[in-house]
Design a protein around this ligand. Sequence first.
Ligand SMILES: Cc1cc2nc3c(=O)[nH]c(=O)nc-3n(C[C@H](O)[C@H](O)[C@H](O)COP(=O)(O)O)c2cc1C
Length: 201
Amino acid sequence: MSEKKIIVAMTGASGAAYGLRLIRRLASLGWEQHFILSDAARVVLAHEMDLSLHEDPGACAGQLADHLRIPIESIRVHGLKDWFSPAASGSSGIRHMVIVPCSMGTLARIAHGMSDNLIERAADVQLKERGTLILVPRETPLSSVHLENMLALTRAGAIVLPAMPGFYQSPASVADLVDFVVDRILDHLHENQAEVGRWGV
Ligand SMILES: Cc1cc2nc3c(=O)[nH]c(=O)nc-3n(C[C@H](O)[C@H](O)[C@H](O)COP(=O)(O)O)c2cc1C
């Protein structure tokens, strides 16, 4: 079972930049990435990042590798209904998953064990296998439905890590704010590679 294997999923919340930046940094740290994106994530990526990803998984992986300037071998793309993907079963041995950004819809479906697409199924697998599941929601304000779903997921062992960058390190750019959140995600993957300074250090 390799430690440095991870499922990275992007869903249709705002904040596609967080997901792309995480993929870039995981690639530089030598992680083998299994990437899944929802249909709504495609819309958000096109809208926020001017990036229209190909439907075909192989072509999509090539596009991402070019766009992010990462080795093509570092990323494998899986279709939303690819139930033969290693992400769909605990027996694959992958024990890390990040959903960034995470929509309230996907968060709700995972909280209720729906497993209707590969992102939801992969998250369900991480919960049952006691793997690391990190959800990065971006929504405000939060309703009691959102909060109760987040509480249920936290109780089930997931880490809810909202995209809430701090301003106490005097960010000079949007990139700094994005890296603030990505640094926190990497901390929870036990990667000590902060781009933004650490408090009190
Ligand atoms: C540009 C854009 C921004 C959106 N931002 C959010 C958001 O921040 N949070 C959220 O929960 N949904 C957001 N949505 C709505 C979701 O995309 C929508 O609920 C979708 O059904 C989620 O599907 P998914 O969970 O399969 O990705 C946004 C949609 C668009 C097009």
